[in-house]
Design a protein around this ligand. Structure first.
Ligand SMILES: Cc1cc2nc3c(=O)[nH]c(=O)nc-3n(C[C@H](O)[C@H](O)[C@H](O)COP(=O)(O)OP(=O)(O)OC[C@H]3O[C@@H](n4cnc5c(N)ncnc54)[C@H](O)[C@@H]3O)c2cc1C
Length: 509
């Protein structure tokens, strides 16, 4: 590591709770806490989050001919049975209430659910057609602006601070200066790490900093080898790539190759309706680049049901009806692993919670079932808020750091993305993983501002954890495909526990 710069916080603020991240998980927590508490939401962005971009919808078994037990079955089948069944039960049983909670916040869900690959029944609830995430976030944002107890801070998490009793605060970068936020309750809702890949569908801010920051203060992280790739990212721009929602395939769209031939049936009898990992793998093996032909859906139905897809493709110069099949390729889409939490979303560090995509709550196993992640953010966000209120504050901390040292050099994002793409793509092998680990130890760095450098050093640490997890999991399961190992993968978990001993028992199922 190169030169370090010592920085002293120029602001010092105190809150009852600090939430890091303004996606569905962060806003659900903030809106579920009593208005008597002072809350800060710190976020790199309040408008560009994966939650805003979610299209497919939110799963909940609340139709007359559906049952949470079937939702549980589908979730565990998708997850390769590496899920924690008790946590899945919580998720699916609380799903109908989660929809009601959002309705209460002003979200107008459509009256009938739709079916999606991996779900045995129609149970995906949409709002505003294929712009469900935007509709949810708009309603939650309106509610948030009406509150008086929540302060919004445009900032970036630098580090968590803890003492022997648990978490005590967080240092953030805010307007190029350091700010100390004191609080005995920190909720990480900072999203996933898919921005580390060259091709990704999430905002560029998603570098997994919440996960690695928690790990650096002793939290346990797990399942870091599991990253979900979405097969139908529109390959007409630089990352973040727009997503052609899975529901298009459900509605009749085809995936074809350069010659216009459908090729998915060769690997799975479900063809386009196979789960996203299978479709992504088949596309990768067929050469990566493919095309989505939405014309079988018909112009009227396409424009009515998928206005976002039509608009985004047109904005990128390609009309899906007039110009025909839209170029697509698989892209990193969802981070399955993260900070291990209990059923209330709390980590092994008292007062430190992780909710949503940055968490490993146990619901996704080795592969997330589509439309379960918006749901996870709401279900566990509400649970965390309840727990946080019911748990007495620990002893007041006495000692806070006066300054922190930040680096001024780090590997560039492009360098990191090359390493990640090479070793942590759809198919992995030991040689590429070892090569990537070696590359990380001797990586070229460049000078940059201390906040960016610190972030990229943290991101490099997370990449090395992901590489180790991918190396240690020899077989193929869920979203992790090892091309060099033929063994069936046994159901074991790989956890990363660091430094100081865990403060309390963390249950790793
Ligand atoms: C294109 C797309 C479509 C999707 N469609 C669906 C769908 O239809 N159904 C479904 O269930 N799921 C879908 N997903 C997944 C789902 O949207 C996400 O998993 C979910 O929204 C994550 O919510 P979150 O609140 O945990 O994190 P995010 O919504 O990712 O929010 C993370 C927040 O943390 C902030 N942040 C990040 N790093 C830092 C930092 N270092 N310091 C401060 N703030 C930080 C970000 O700015 C952001 O505000 C989709 C994802 C994408 C990308």
């Amino acid at each position: 590591m190169g030169l370090m710069m010592q920085m002293t916080p120029s602001h010092d603020l105190s809150f009852d709770a600090v939430v890091v991240g303004a996606g569905i998980a962060g806003l659900t927590v903030a809106l579920s806490l009593p208005s008597t508490l002072s809350i800060a939401i710190v976020s790199r962005s309040f408008t560009m989050t994966s939650s805003h971009w979610a299209k497919g919808g939110m799963a909940a078994a609340r139709g007359a001919d559906d049952d949470p037990a079937e939702h549980l079955y589908d979730t565990i089948a998708a997850g390769g049975a590496l899920n924690d069944p008790e946590r899945v039960a919580l998720l699916v049983n609380e799903a109908p209430n989660a929809i009601e909670f959002l309705q209460h916040q002003g979200v107008a869900f459509e009256t009938q659910p739709e079916r999606e690959a991996g779900h045995g029944r129609p149970r995906i609830w949409h709002a505003d057609g294929d712009a469900t995430g935007a509709a949810i976030m708009s309603a939650l944002g309106t509610r948030l602006r009406a509150t008086r107890n929540v302060t919004l801070i445009d900032g970036t998490m630098v580090e968590l601070i803890n003492d022997d009793n648990g978490v005590i605060g967080i240092m953030i970068g805010h307007q190029n200066a350091l700010t100390l936020l004191r609080s005995p309750r920190i909720v990480l809702a900072s999203g996933g790490a898919t921005g580390l890949w060259g091709d990704h569908t999430s905002p560029n801010a998603n570098l997994g900093i919440g996960i690695v920051s928690a790990y650096r203060v002793g939290a346990i992280a797990t399942d870091l080898e599991f990253t979900q790739f979405h097969p139908t990212a529109i390959a007409l721009s630089e990352s973040p790539l727009s997503l052609a929602t899975e529901a298009l395939r459900g509605a009749g769209a085809w995936i074809v190759d350069e010659e216009g031939k459908r090729f998915l049936f060769a690997s799975d009898p479900a063809g386009e309706l196979a789960t996203r990992d299978k479709v992504a793998r088949a596309m990768y093996r067929h050469g990566g680049q493919a095309y989505l032909d939405a014309r079988p859906i018909g112009r009227e139905a396409l424009e009515k049901r998928f206005p976002t897809f039509v608009r985004e493709a047109r904005q990128q110069g390609h009309d899906p009806m007039a110009a025909g099949p839209v170029p697509i390729r698989p892209a990193a889409h969802y981070t399955i692993g993260g900070v291990v939490t209990d059923s209330w979303g709390e980590s092994n560090i008292p007062g430190l919670y992780a909710i949503g995509e940055c968490a490993s709550s146990g619901v996704h196993g080795a592969n997330r079932l589509a439309s379960n992640s918006l749901l996870e953010g709401v279900v566990f966000g509400r649970r965390a808020a309840r727990h946080l209120v019911d748990t007495p504050n620990p002893v007041s901390p006495t000692h806070f750091p006066r300054s922190t040292n930040l680096p001024t050099t780090a590997p560039s994002r492009i360098t990191l993305a090359r390493i990640v793409d090479d070793a942590l793509g759809i198919e992995r092998n030991a040689v590429a993983i070892e090569r990537a680990l070696e590359a990380l130890t001797d990586v070229t760095t460049c000078e940059m501002d201390p906040f960016s450098a610190h972030e990229l050093i943290q991101a490099s640490q997370l990449v090395s954890m992901m590489l180790i997890a991918a190396r240690e999991r020899h077989g193929t399961i869920g979203a992790h495909t090892r091309a060099d190992e033929q063994v069936e993968d046994p159901h074991y978990r790989l956890t990363f526990a660091m430094g100081s001993a865990p403060r309390r028992e963390a249950r790793v199922w």
